[in-house]
Design a protein around this ligand. Sequence first.
Ligand SMILES: Cc1ncc(COP(=O)(O)O)c(C=O)c1O
Length: 397
Amino acid sequence: MPSIYTQAVHAGERTPAPAETPVTTPIYHAVGYLEPSAARMEAVFAGEQAGYVYRRYESPTVDAFERAVAALEGGEAAFATASGMAAVHAALLAAGARAGRAVVAAQDCYGATYSLLSTLMAEQGVAVAFVDVTDLPQVQAALVEHRPAALLVETISNPLLKLADIAALAELAHAAGAALIVDSTFATPFLCQPLSLGADYVVHSASKYIGGHGDVLAGVVVTSNANRQRLFALEKLIGAVLAPEVAWLALRGLKTLPLRMERHCANALHVATWLAEHPAVARVHYPGLPSHPQHDLAARLLGGRGFGGMIAFELRDATQTAAFHFLDALKLILPATTLGDVYSLALYPVMASHRALPPAERARLGIGDGLLRLSIGIEDVADIVADLAQALGSSEQ
Ligand SMILES: Cc1ncc(COP(=O)(O)O)c(C=O)c1O
């Protein structure tokens, strides 16, 4: 099988190949599609024949993106959605989350995922239990108690960069009859392929590293052919499908994912090491540092290719004032609410990604007023460090 560098450039494209094959898949804007006969259209509607009839069902540009992500994740199939949250939602429903069933989820997860479960899903009758996925006996106890439809975890958690031991969690989940859903947005298939470790559904916010340039809002779920059928059936009704223009951008971004990830990882390790020595910094959360409590697991789980581009750190002056000073002083790093772009980005979880969490819950999880999250871009690392140095100087005022 070609390496991830080769697959990233070619996967998904030029299938099926007509007589004159464009090298890159065009953007098919069409909503409706013609088949050569009504009988064949009937067969496509019935799912007996591959083909296109209506854009909310299947469309060629979106298909190309799905095939590409499935190839990189080593999965049978993928289903693209309008956003990462739509992908999380679709995976939960496909795994069987519904009234009367339970979901066990990582307490360390993206704020909107936490809120989706604790508000919307809970209001719809799903029993939701949050656990510390770094504590396997605690996870097992929750699985035995709740017999959930799904266990939902993040490979590398947002924002505290905790790791999920996917192989161990898959075993526990399956023993309890639950599907394992892994949000691998921070890790990307460059660092980890959760399906090969036993996960049933891999979810990405493709708005992040997969798109990579800050101009795509998209999501994708990678899974088996049978599970994709469920996602398809659900999204035919829900309609949170990806637009072809966006799929095209996401597919374009995917081609350089391995190259960008190499640089994100190298830059982030350098920045994390530098931050750990800085007098204004109380603590750095980065799986690549030996001080990270799961550094050994990170080395195993992330395939030796690096430790990702995300860093969290705590200011010694753990106040909102100091955090705001830092954000306002940045000149190169963009204080924008996203991650995984070629640009370096800074985010204050209390204000943005984890705003919806009750303050007491945030405090319990360790998301304090001095916590900042960095998404390290692919710029020259010396320029990133210089910007941090001047901004941290200003946060000490
Ligand atoms: C880990 C993770 N999962 C899911 C999402 C949701 O993605 P989107 O914003 O594309 O809906 C995010 C967004 O930041 C995220 O960080």
